[in-house]
Design a protein around this ligand. Structure first.
Ligand SMILES: *Cc1c(COP(=O)(O)O)cnc(C)c1O
Length: 398
């Protein structure tokens, strides 16, 4: 029987290749850091990891992870509610709640799982979920698992959000769901306006802060801190796989009854294994470091400004904003691809994004700044962009 699927897959794979959408995995032969070694190539400065705070290979976190593994073992071989909950799991849940300023927290193997878990138990077929059109794939999939009716509002369009709130007025419960930071544009959701509308129309608010937890806001608490709405967001989901150490794991943080109910009903919690002790110990340490000092998020902010200003001075267009996701707009698909290749040759590892990841004619290079970058590395990247733009004859570059 497999023969039929095999030939189908072969032609689909060929089509993906023809469309230039085939994803090759570049093999890295060093730990994650600001400078990495790529197999078959030389050292490059890495501008495409989510390693915003440079904690992915932090010595203290590595130590804490090793210690947790020695003390608590390699794995749990159980889901949480059978025999897979150790003291550190409870400690991490308390630490996340405190850091985010929420009542309680429940851990998952990933934020993808957290988003798969959160909607279905809370919202039924007489409820509504009102979602930003650019929400992350895991929110979209999570929403699909719930029986609630879906309303999609245009990205960041609050008239449209209000219209959807009006249209869903008769539903028993309504939840607005949005990314805190949108990963392709680096734009930050205006949670002030979203919370205002939610309160006016009696809806709840859920934010996925995966690209914000640890560094957005004056103390790095996230988008809700940045927007001054701490206490007004009902549910936050986030990942430990980006700024908070970069290993893996995620959570739902929110009102205590919500978390308590998810422990009873959330399927990725009931039917999937506990987080490994090493990751729990490492993430506790990451939160400890970030609670003690804002030095890393401050440095990230400075690095981001330096890069954004440098590129603007070189005549290149960066989508305006303050987030370390800096989309360098090339618009033309082929040009974005050529530019990324050229930059890699110059020792700057960046990725070009084109349709279907971003709209047609909006191709870009997404640069991600890290606190681990030195000023010299940022300047080197700016210079490489400048010369690459000149070599490719990009208008506006000087
Ligand atoms: C990265 C990301 C996720 C997935 O997080 P994992 O822990 O890697 O599963 C979910 N939502 C958003 C918005 C993300 O950026």
């Amino acid at each position: 029987m497999y023969g039929k699927l095999k030939s189908e897959l072969e032609s689909k794979l060929a089509a993906i290749r023809e469309d230039g959408l085939y994803k090759n995995e570049r093999v890295i032969i060093s730990p994650q850091a600001s400078v990495i070694r790529v197999k078959g190539g030389s050292e490059v400065i890495n501008f495409c990891a989510n390693n915003y705070l440079g904690l992915a290979n932090n010595a203290e976190i590595r130590e804490a992870a090793k210690k947790a593994m020695d003390e608590w073992g390699y794995g749990l071989s159980s889901v949480r509610f059978i025999c897979g909950t150790q003291e550190p799991h409870k400690q991490l849940e308390a630490a996340v709640s405190k850091f985010l300023g929420m009542e309680d927290t429940i851990l998952f193997s990933s934020c993808f799982d957290a988003n798969a878990a959160v909607f279905e138990p809370l919202l039924d077929d007489d409820c509504a979920i009102i979602a930003d059109s650019l929400n992350h794939a895991s929110i979209i999939d999570g929403v699909r698992l719930s029986k609630a009716e879906r309303f999609i509002y245009e990205h960041n369009n609050f008239e449209d959000l209000e219209a959807k709130l009006k249209a869903s007025m008769s539903r028993r419960l309504r939840l607005i769901t949005t990314d805190g930071v949108f990963s392709m544009d680096g734009d930050i959701a205006d949670l002030g306006r979203i919370c205002d509308l939610a309160e006016r129309y009696d809806a709840m608010v859920m934010v996925d802060d995966s690209h914000a937890s640890g560094f957005v806001g004056p103390n790095g608490r996230g988008t809700h801190e940045y927007c001054g709405v701490m206490g007004r967001v009902d549910i936050i989901t986030t990942t430990f796989g980006k700024a908070l150490g970069g290993a893996s794991g995620g959570c739902v943080s929110g009102k205590k009854e919500i978390v308590e109910y998810l422990r009873q009903k959330a399927r990725p919690y009931l039917f999937s294994n506990s987080l490994a002790p090493a990751i729990v110990g490492g993430t506790i340490k990451a939160l400890e470091l970030l609670s003690a000092s804002t030095a890393l998020r401050d440095r990230l902010e400075k690095n981001t400004m330096r890069f954004r200003q440098g590129l603007a001075a070189a005549g290149l267009e960066v989508r305006p904003g303050v987030h370390p996701i800096c989309p360098v707009m090339l618009y033309d698909e082929k040009l974005a691809h050529q530019m990324a290749e050229l930059l890699l040759k110059k020792g700057i590892y960046v990725i070009g994004f084109s349709f279907p990841v971003v709209p047609r004619g909006k191709a870009r290079i997404r640069v991600q700044i890290s606190a681990a970058h030195t000023e010299a590395e940022i300047d080197k990247a700016v210079m490489a962009f400048k010369t690459a733009a000149q070599e490719l004859g990009i208008k506006g570059s000087i």
